[in-house]
Design a protein around this ligand. Structure first.
Ligand SMILES: *[C@@H]1O[C@H](CO)[C@@H](O)[C@H](O)[C@H]1NC(C)=O
Ligand SMILES: *[C@@H]1O[C@H](CO)[C@@H](O)[C@H](O)[C@H]1NC(C)=O
Ligand SMILES: *[C@@H]1O[C@H](CO)[C@@H](O)[C@H](O)[C@H]1NC(C)=O
Ligand SMILES: *[C@@H]1O[C@H](CO)[C@@H](O)[C@H](O)[C@H]1NC(C)=O
Ligand SMILES: *[C@@H]1O[C@H](CO)[C@@H](O)[C@H](O)[C@H]1NC(C)=O
Ligand SMILES: *[C@@H]1O[C@H](CO)[C@@H](O)[C@H](O)[C@H]1NC(C)=O
Ligand SMILES: *[C@@H]1O[C@H](CO)[C@@H](O)[C@H](O)[C@H]1NC(C)=O
Ligand SMILES: *[C@H]1O[C@@H](CO)[C@H](O)[C@@H](O)[C@@H]1NC(C)=O
Length: 668
């Protein structure tokens, strides 16, 4: 389009010059020297052989009938002869130009017969011509004779050895013979040097341009698919050719076609022609339709393709559905109605994305209640820890979600903030603020982390005490933590201690089988009365906090079987030191002298008080916080009054020891 539009002036001049030349040097040609058919409905072509005009207006030269093994021929000629030459004695040959759209629909792709030819012949009837390779143009005895006066441009789809065809998909120029004077494999040039192969019998519509210059004796033949409606710049065939001996003054122009053994339908859909001028353009939008696919025969022909294609499609669909299903599985969650009543609910998809699909790489740790993954919430970029609690039962989930979502309202600087929750089947996902410095136990026992200074330890303990006080006293409900231990104390960037996992222990109870109610907590932190009553109380939390106090001051776990017998239980050992008047011997040796004596003494003594066997003998969290802050004195407590399980003969006899604990004095 651009090429045409760019030089409208130049092309106008060329056209005018062309017209002038035609009229100056060429006498008026016979009537009908130019015509155009955009479809053939109601046309006046001379049809012979198997040629018909279909109901839709397509010119069908041959059908795919296989009744006659010798094949069929079909001819269609413009009804009137056209003058191709000046009358004798000048004899000058005229130029001609033709364009047409054709389609070859074969029963078997790449195996059709036999092609068709644009034909200029002395007669519109070729009764003695035969089918097959003779293309309905000639017969064996006439082939090659100059007396034929037959010119054809063949679109050949059969490699006829007898006629020296180069291949079964070529365009050739025939002069008085079906043995072509020159041929080219069917193709079109997309630019000056690049050609694109065309399959003549693909069943697709193809356009052809044939231009002969009678003055220079030059022929150009061009073909292109209809999807490329502009004539390619470079013709497929561009040769000098003297047609003057062949052409007579009056000749018929049309098409000839033949089939043999294998059958093709040869369609001409539109055609224009001009003597001494450019063939009028075809209105491609008006071209008739034709049956592209032969329902019965084509299915079998296409069977190998369709089955491959089908297999491919089925595979593709299967893969796609699998991916969709997997994606659905990954994200799916059946949100029950009740869940929507509780605040802080996260969509599973968001948590899945946040943790990169709960990747092992994002795993922060595994604990009694499940696995913890690091994540970044895609919606706000907040760093979070996602705890995945697999309970194995959905019962009790509702109560727990009720509790957990209300716990989301708890706010204290020494509690790890619960951002939200999500239930997915039997899994419960809890979203917490991410704590950069991890858990306290790693600082106490991981050598690589370096020594935790006393001030930091003391600050952490005071913080956890105040967080626990908030849980016990500071809220509308009493929240018992039930699993206070160093690994549940997390540290933020400023090394502030924050209690995590509050409320989880209770959930675990809810979900567990009622018949086998188990005592939750961690050995060494668990108050002795728990094994009897199984009841979680604030004083049990105080016991655990006592164990934490001792753990942090002594830098060792509450129970350590690697130690000598009297040192296995840290509380027993600290009490022993206290009773012998050298309580500071129990302080973490790694600290050397780098600790505050009064604070260390306070922590150790308070740890002992909290570790007493009788729950009522332990201070409550209000008192613990007061002691730690120096707001109250512990002087009322005497080492003599402390009774621990060791005083009554070890862990196993705990149950027996318990009733005798009533001799303990109350802390207040
Ligand atoms: C095909 O053409 C031949 C010759 O005109 C005719 O005898 C035959 O019935 C046609 N077959 C079909 C299927 O149209
Ligand atoms: C059809 O062609 C015949 C000659 O074969 C001619 O006599 C007749 O006038 C033509 N009819 C039309 C409508 O062109
Ligand atoms: C033109 O053709 C006729 C016969 O078709 C021939 O007799 C005559 O010599 C030719 N004229 C020229 C100039 O070739
Ligand atoms: C071939 O065509 C010529 C002329 O059209 C005819 O005389 C001859 O009988 C034909 N031969 C055969 C074998 O059909
Ligand atoms: C098309 O290009 C190929 C190489 O690119 C060449 O072998 C072939 O002959 C060309 N066909 C035509 C018709 O020019
Ligand atoms: C044939 O094509 C060439 C360019 O490839 C062009 O120069 C020439 O004019 C064309 N001749 C005809 C008769 O269209
Ligand atoms: C705690 O985390 C912060 C931030 O990542 C870091 O700068 C600091 O060194 C950490 N503290 C310790 C004791 O590792
Ligand atoms: C094609 O052209 C005609 C006339 O130009 C010759 O007489 C033939 O011999 C020629 N045929 C071939 C196959 O080149």
């Amino acid at each position: 389009m651009a090429g045409i539009g760019r030089f409208p002036f130049a092309s106008t001049i060329i056209i005018i010059a062309h017209l002038l030349l035609s009229h100056l040097f060429v006498p008026a040609t016979s009537a009908g020297s130019s015509f155009v058919f955009n479809g053939f409905r109601g046309s006046n072509l001379t049809l012979t052989g198997s040629a018909i005009v279909t109901g839709l207006g397509a010119l069908r030269l041959t059908n795919n009938s296989n009744l006659l093994s010798s094949g069929y021929t079909g001819h269609a000629f413009y009804p009137m002869p056209l003058r191709f030459k000046e009358p004798s004695p000048v004899n000058r040959t005229f130029s001609f130009s033709s364009r047409f759209v054709f389609a070859i629909v074969s029963e078997q792709q790449n195996f059709g017969g036999c092609g068709f030819a644009f034909t200029i012949a002395p007669s519109s009837d070729l009764p003695t011509a035969v089918a097959g390779n003779f293309m309905g143009l000639l017969n064996k005895s006439t082939d090659g004779k100059p007396s034929n006066h037959i010119f054809a441009v063949e679109f050949d789809t059969v490699e006829g050895a007898s006629v020296k065809d180069p291949d079964d998909n070529h365009v050739g120029v025939d002069i008085n013979s079906v043995t072509s004077n020159f041929t080219e494999p069917a193709a079109y040039y997309t630019d000056e040097s690049t050609n694109q192969t065309i399959n003549l019998q693909s069943g697709e519509s193809l356009q052809a341009w044939i231009d002969y210059d009678g003055v220079s004796g030059f022929i150009n033949i061009t073909i292109a698919p209809l999807s490329h409606p502009l004539r390619p710049h470079r013709p497929l065939i561009s040769r000098s050719l003297n047609l003057s001996p062949l052409l007579q003054e009056f000749m018929y122009v049309g098409f000839s076609s033949s089939t043999k053994k294998v059958f093709s339908e040869h369609y001409i859909l539109g055609w224009s022609f001009a003597i001494n001028g450019d063939a009028p353009p075809l209105d491609l939008s008006k071209l008739p339709r034709y049956p592209k696919i032969k329902q019965t025969s084509k299915t079998s022909r296409l069977l190998p393709y369709t089955s491959t294609l089908g297999l491919f499609l089925v595979t593709a669909i299967a893969i796609a559905s699998f991916l969709l299903y997997r994606r659905w599985r990954l994200y799916s969650e059946t949100v029950e109605e009740w869940e929507l009543n509780y605040p802080h609910r996260f969509p599973y998809k968001e948590l899945y994305r946040a943790t990169k699909g709960f990747r092992e790489k994002e795993l922060l740790g595994r604990g009694g209640f499940g696995s913890v993954y690091k994540g970044v919430l895609p919606s706000c970029g907040l760093e979070v820890a996602v705890k995945k609690v697999t309970n194995g039962a959905t019962q009790g989930m509702r109560e727990f979600v009720a509790e957990i979502s209300s716990l989301g309202r708890l706010r204290h600087r020494n509690l790890v903030q619960l951002q939200g929750w999500c239930r997915r089947g039997e899994d419960l996902l809890l979203v917490y603020d991410f704590m950069v410095n991890g858990s306290l136990d790693t600082f106490l026992f991981d050598q690589q982390k370096g020594l935790l200074a006393w001030e930091v330890r003391f600050k952490i303990l005071k913080g956890i005490a105040s967080g626990l006080l908030y849980l016990h006293e500071g809220w509308e409900q009493v929240v018992v933590h039930r699993d206070i231990k160093a690994s549940n104390v997390l540290l933020d960037a400023e090394m502030n201690g924050k209690l995590s996992d509050f409320g989880l222990a209770k959930f675990y109870d809810h979900g567990s089988n009622p018949q086998t109610t188990r005592v939750v907590g961690t050995l060494g932190y668990m108050a002795p009365e728990l094994s009897q009553t199984g009841k979680a109380t604030t004083s049990a939390d105080v016991f655990s906090f006592g164990a934490l106090l001792l753990e942090v001051a002594c830098g060792r776990q509450p129970m350590d079987y690697k130690k000598s017998e009297e040192e296995v239980m840290v509380a027993d050992w600290v009490l022993m030191c206290w009773r012998s008047g050298r309580i500071l011997n129990a302080v973490d040796k790694r600290l050397g002298m780098n600790y505050v004596r009064e604070e260390a003494e306070l922590v150790l003594k308070l740890g002992i008080l909290c570790s007493q066997t009788a729950p009522q003998a332990r201070p409550n969290m209000v008192q613990v916080v007061q002691f730690l802050n120096g707001d109250a004195s512990m002087e009322n407590f005497a080492v003599e009054s402390v009774v621990m399980k060791s005083d009554c003969g070890g862990f196993e006899q705990l149950a027996l020891a318990y009733p005798s604990s009533d001799r303990l004095s109350s802390s207040s």
